[in-house]
Design a protein around this ligand. Structure first.
Ligand code: FAD
Length: 423
C-alpha cells in the first residue's frame, strides 16, 4: 500500500493551505479531493484583509493579483431598510499596505490554490472520494475510498488532515458535530450580471426575513447571498423565492436595478455548529471541519487558512518528536481555541443582534455616532485587530451609550458615502 507522511482529505482553502504549509516543511503530502477543479461553491466570496499575508506566504497572492481582483475598502451595513453606514477598514501601519478585502469568485480562488499545489510538487488526486479512515488501535493511520472509476483505494500516512468541510468525514464517521439547536439556516446564492455597485464595499443588508451580503466580484458581476431560516424555503420555487426576497428590500432593488440573474440559484445549509475534540491519534481537523460560524461576518476562508497554518506547525512538531498521539496533537486545538474563541463569541453576539430589529438599528446607530467604535469593529471583523478589542465590557459600554443616545435610531442616517464612517 502506498504511503505518505501526510494525507489531506479535501482541496478547499483549508486542505490546500495545510498541504502547502506542510510541503514548505519538506513533507511528502497527498491531497485527495472528490470533486474536479475548477469547481464552484456557495460563498460570499469576500476574503478578510488579514488573509493577504497568508495567501502571500502560500505563494498564491501574486497569481490572484494578476487576475486583477476586486478589492473592497470596507463594509456597508444597513439595518432593516435604513440607509447604509459605510465603514472603512482602519489602517494597520505595521502591515505597510492599505487594508482591503479581496472579492474573488470561489471558482477562481480554489482553482488557483489547487494549481499552486501541483506547481509546488504536492500530489493531488481529484475524483478521489474518501469514505473512511484506516485505524491501528486508537490511531488513524490512513484512509480508504473510491476513485472516479469506482475502484477502491487505500493509502497510509503518519497523519491524516481532515479538511473535507462542513459535512466532513470526521464529523460523520466519528460523530464529532455537537447537536444543533434552532430552526436551521439556509443560504441562497447567485451571481447577477449587468450590475455595478456604486462603491467598493461589501453591502450587508440586515432585513426581514433574513440578511444579504452583496459584493462586486467582477466588472459587472455581483454576488448576492441571502440567508434565511430554512423552513421558510420549504415547498417554494427557489429562484422565485430568492429574487422576491432579495428585491423586496428597496435599497437592494435600487443597487441591483438593471441587473439579471446570471445563473440558477444555488443553496447550502448554513447553520453554525461546534465540534467535539478529536478522540484519536493521527488525525487533525482543519477549516470548516473544526466548526462553522454564521457567514454574516465573512471570515471562513481566513479562519481556514489560519487554522491550516496552526495545524501545520503542530504536525511538524509531531514529526520532530515522532509523537502522533491524540494528546500531542490536541496542542493544535488549544492554539485554535486561544486564537479564535473570542471571534466566535463576537459572531454569536452579532447573530443575536441582527434578528432583533430595534437592537440592530440601535447598534448601527451607535456605530454611526462613534466612528472609532465602528472602525474598531471593522478591524476585528477583518481579522487583523484582536477580538478582545470589541468583546469587552468597555466596548459594550460605549456601544450601549450610543444605542441609548437621545436621537431615535435612523432619524438622521445618511446614504452610504455622505456620512459614512470612512469618509
Ligand atoms: C452561505 C455562505 C457564505 C459564506 N461566505 C463567506 C465569505 O464571504 N467569506 C469567507 O471567508 N467565508 C465565507 N463562508 C465560509 C467559507 O465558505 C468556508 O469557511 C470555507 O469554504 C471553508 O473551507 P474548507 O477548505 O474548510 O472547506 P470547503 O471549502 O468546503 O472544502 C472542502 C473540500 O473537501 C472536499 N471533500 C468533501 N468530502 C470529501 C471526501 N469525503 N473525500 C474527498 N474530498 C472531499 C469537497 O469537495 C471540497 O472541495 C461562507 C459560507 C457559507 C455557507
Amino acid at each position: 500500500m502506498k504511503s505518505y507522511e501526510v494525507i489531506i482529505v479535501g482541496a478547499g482553502p483549508a486542505g490546500c493551505a495545510t498541504a502547502l504549509f506542510m510541503r514548505q516543511q519538506g513533507r511528502r503530502v497527498l491531497v485527495l479531493e472528490r470533486a474536479v477543479f475548477p469547481r464552484d461553491k456557495v460563498c460570499g466570496e469576500f476574503i478578510s484583509p488579514a488573509a493577504d499575508d497568508l495567501l502571500a506566504q502560500l505563494g498564491v497572492l501574486q497569481a490572484i493579483e494578476e487576475s486583477r481582483p476586486v478589492r473592497l475598502k470596507g463594509v456597508a451595513v444597513s439595518s432593516y431598510g435604513k440607509p447604509e453606514l459605510c465603514i472603512d477598514y482602519p489602517p494597520c501601519p505595521e502591515r505597510g499596505r492599505p487594508m482591503t478585502s479581496l472579492s474573488l469568485p470561489r471558482y477562481q480562488l480554489d482553482h488557483l490554490l489547487v494549481r499552486n499545489l501541483r506547481k509546488r510538487g504536492v500530489e493531488v488526486r481529484e475524483r478521489h472520494a474518501v469514505d473512511d479512515f484506516l485505524f491501528d488501535d486508537d490511531r488513524v493511520t490512513g484512509v480508504r475510498g473510491r476513485d472516479a472509476g469506482n475502484r477502491p483505494f487505500e493509502f497510509k500516512s503518519s497523519v491524516v488532515v481532515d479538511a473535507s468541510g462542513r459535512n466532513g468525514l470526521s464529523l460523520r464517521r466519528l460523530r464529532l458535530k455537537k447537536p444543533q439547536t434552532g430552526p436551521g439556516k439556509i443560504a441562497l446564492a447567485a451571481h447577477w450580471e449587468g450590475v455595478r455597485l456604486p462603491r467598493e464595499y461589501c453591502y450587508m443588508h440586515i432585513s426581514s426575513p433574513g440578511y444579504t451580503g452583496m459584493a462586486q466580484v467582477g466588472r459587472d458581476s455581483v454576488n448576492v447571498v441571502l440567508v434565511v431560516d430554512a423552513p421558510l424555503v420549504k415547498g417554494q420555487e427557489i429562484d422565485a423565492f430568492y429574487q422576491n426576497t432579495v428585491l423586496q428590500n428597496e435599497l437592494r432593488r435600487s443597487l441591483l436595478a438593471g441587473g439579471r440573474l446570471a445563473e440558477r440559484v444555488r443553496t447550502v445549509e448554513s447553520l453554525s455548529y461546534a465540534v467535539r475534540p478529536v478522540p484519536c491519534g493521527g488525525l487533525v481537523l482543519a477549516g470548516d471541519t473544526t466548526g462553522f460560524i454564521d457567514p454574516f461576518t465573512g471570515e471562513g476562508i481566513y479562519l481556514s487558512l489560519r487554522s491550516a497554518q496552526l495545524a501545520a506547525g503542530v504536525i511538524d512538531r509531531a514529526f520532530q518528536e515522532a509523537n502522533f498521539s491524540a494528546h500531542f496533537l490536541s496542542r493544535y486545538e488549544r492554539l485554535r481555541s486561544r486564537e479564535f474563541d473570542r471571534k466566535f463569541m463576537l459572531s454569536r453576539i452579532l447573530q443575536k443582534l441582527i434578528y432583533r430589529p430595534r437592537l440592530s438599528d440601535g447598534v448601527v446607530w451607535a456605530l454611526r455616532r462613534n466612528p472609532d467604535l465602528a472602525r474598531t469593529l471593522a478591524g476585528v471583523i477583518g481579522d487583523y485587530y484582536p477580538a478582545e478589542r470589541v468583546v469587552s465590557w468597555r466596548f459594550l459600554g460605549k456601544t450601549l451609550r450610543g444605542v441609548c443616545s437621545p436621537k431615535a435610531p435612523g432619524s438622521t442616517t445618511q446614504p452610504c458615502g455622505l456620512h459614512g464612517v470612512g469618509e
